[in-house]
Write a protein that binds this ligand. Structure first.
Ligand code: AMP
Ligand code: DBH
Length: 542
């Protein structure tokens, strides 16, 4: 097994400790402490279940013992694919307690993504829920098992069929391991995959605890707060900005929301007196639209975090009047850097910027194509390093060479400008991914799937502005021989076993790609050209 590591140069690590960012807390350690301090507080509510902090801790210890009873050893990797259920917490903290390393897959991921995670992480186990809505994860688990030789165990929450049911595993007689080093890797988070398949992001206890501890503070969480996880909780935003982890750190109550539709979310806000939650911009638009006609009382909501994709100032300016709460914009990434507008910022900043970094030691560089810093107000490429921004991906030398500078800055790929007050405004991005309602889709990855179709000669995938999704994906396809049907091509891509959000929203057949006089153009230029042509000829609502 490849070693997991995340190393900051000595002098940086020393500074981050000295300044109190890294306090030697661990993922399990903080939860145990909270359970000791406020055992009878409610920690999490989901469906019919409601667990206090003491109950959560008991279940965490139980699942740790159960995972170890399977013969898993500390340091082994476990792909976790669970929806928004309380068991997400007992499983994930159970893995932390057992010094096993969760790899966070999203519920939407399918065979292609899961096999990739299993392979890249060299995972020995895979944890799923039996069913979520209509989807049967045991069917997916069978496919994954058939494809991934190294995978030894599949653990199911609920009816396990031929797999191991977590609840039925023995938990006696297992010696739980000593606490891990706070500078060791706690888990692997997933990048949105701007080029090709998602990369694995190793995060340490020290750095991640800092990011959500500070986030909880910036978002005003305390023991009175009720945080609702509306987005899939495995994603970095609802996990840590401030997310369920920040909520537990602050001793707040968590409500697991099974679906972010306004109907479901508003009912839960009313029922559990939710005070804070987070959504992506398209959901914020839907919620604003639904609010006036809703029968539910959502007046307990104090703060709505919006992030994952750009929230337009026009929409941002309507949050307070429509939903009756404070907007907090958040611009973050699973690789690290997270920016927030502050709750007491003037309305102008809340509406028009994506916030400023969490930490005084977040270093932000905004540079032109030559790497020279640009002036405040001018757009440039955002580079960053700091106490919770990674210095490298796991098991991916090529990506590391591209994504990090010699002196350790992460190239975010985002184009931003900085205001005089130090707030960032997202202006666009350099990379070729589609930010589809906050889900990142790599153009390259989808092109590769299209090219596997016998009737596709060539394909280029681009992002097109979309009034609902923010951006949608459009595939330009040169057919080979007879033109395939759009629906058939989309179902071909789906049939390759991909998350549904990656299936092209639109397919346009063309005879050829217009190449410039120089001959062969780069994919990047080609995608740009196609996008421009498309926007010129077809109205945005097409
Ligand atoms: P990932 O690396 O997959 O975690 O995705 C992070 C990316 O999402 C960032 O680099 C941005 O491109 C995008 N993003 C996140 N939040 C915002 C926001 N508030 N406004 C615009 N883009 C955002
Ligand atoms: O989009 C993201 O990845 C994101 C958005 C907001 C994120 O990782 C975060 C906050 O932590």
């Amino acid at each position: 097994m490849l070693e997991l590591k995340q190393v900051w140069p000595q002098e940086y690590a020393a500074r981050y400790r000295e300044k109190g960012y890294w306090r030697g807390e661990t993922m399990f350690g903080f939860l145990e402490q909270r359970a000791r301090e406020i055992p009878d507080h409610i920690a999490v509510i989901g469906g019919e279940q409601q667990w206090t902090y003491a109950e959560l801790l008991r279940r965490v210890n139980e699942s740790a013992a159960r995972f170890l009873s399977l013969g898993l050893h500390p340091g082994e990797r476990v792909v976790v694919q669970l929806p928004n259920v309380p068991e997400f917490l007992s499983v994930v903290f159970g893995l932390f307690r057992a010094n096993l390393i969760p790899v966070f897959a999203l519920p939407a991921h399918r065979i292609t993504e899961i096999s990739h995670f299993v392979e890249k992480a060299e995972a020995s186990a895979y944890v799923v829920v039996a069913k979520d809505g209509d989807f049967d994860y045991r069917v997916l688990a069978r496919e994954v098992k058939a494809r991934a030789a190294g995978l030894r165990t599949i653990v199911v929450i609920g009816e396990a069929e031929e797999f191991d049911a977590l609840d039925h595993l023995p938990q006696a007689l297992v010696q739980l391991p000593q606490p891990p080093s706070p500078s060791s890797i706690a888990f692997l988070q997933i990048s949105g995959g701007s080029t090709g398949l998602s990369k694995l992001i190793p995060r340490t206890h020290d750095d991640y605890v800092y990011s959500f501890r500070a986030s909880a503070d910036i978002c005003g969480l305390d023991e009175e707060s009720v945080f609702m996880a509306a987005l899939p909780v495995a994603h970095n935003f609802p996990m840590s900005s401030p997310g369920v982890f920040g909520a537990l750190y602050a001793g707040s109550r968590i409500v697991m929301c099974p679906s972010p539709s306004a109907e479901t979310a508003f009912a839960l806000i009313e029922k559990h007196r939710v005070t804070i939650t987070g959504v992506v911009p398209p959901l914020a638009l839907l919620w604003m639209q639904a609010a006036s006609a809703s029968v539910h009382d959502i007046s307990t909501l104090d703060v709505l975090l919006v992030g994952g994709a750009k929230f337009t100032p026009e929409a941002a300016s309507r949050v307070r009047e429509t939903l009756g709460c404070t907007l907090q914009q958040v611009f973050g990434m699973a690789e690290g850097l997270v920016n927030y507008t502050r709750l007491d910022d003037p309305q102008d900043i809340i509406v028009n910027t994506q916030g400023r970094p969490i930490s005084p030691d977040d270093e932000v560089l905004i540079v032109d194509d030559q790497g020279e810093p640009v002036m405040d107000g001018e757009p440039g490429l955002l580079l960053t390093r700091g106490p919770y921004t990674i210095r490298g991906y796991h098991n991916d030398d090529a990506a590391n060479a591209r994504a990090f500078t010699q002196d350790g800055y992460y190239r975010t790929g985002d184009i931003v400008s900085r205001t005089a007050e130090g707030y960032l405004v997202v202006r666009g991005r350099a990379g070729d991914h589609i930010n589809r309602a906050g889900e990142k889709v790599s153009a390259e990855e989808i092109e590769d799937h299209l090219l596997a179709h016998p009737a596709v000669f060539d394909a280029a995938v681009v992002s097109i502005p979309d009034p609902y999704l923010g951006e949608r994906s459009c595939a330009f396809v040169i057919p080979r021989g007879e033109k395939p049907k759009t629906a058939a091509l989309r179902s071909f891509v789906r049939g390759r076993g991909l998350a549904e959000f990656k299936v092209p929203d639109q397919i346009v057949f063309v005879d050829a790609f217009e190449t410039t006089a120089v001959g062969k153009v780069s994919r990047k230029v080609l995608r740009q050209q196609l996008r421009q042509q498309f926007l010129k000829t077809i109205p945005m609502e097409a």
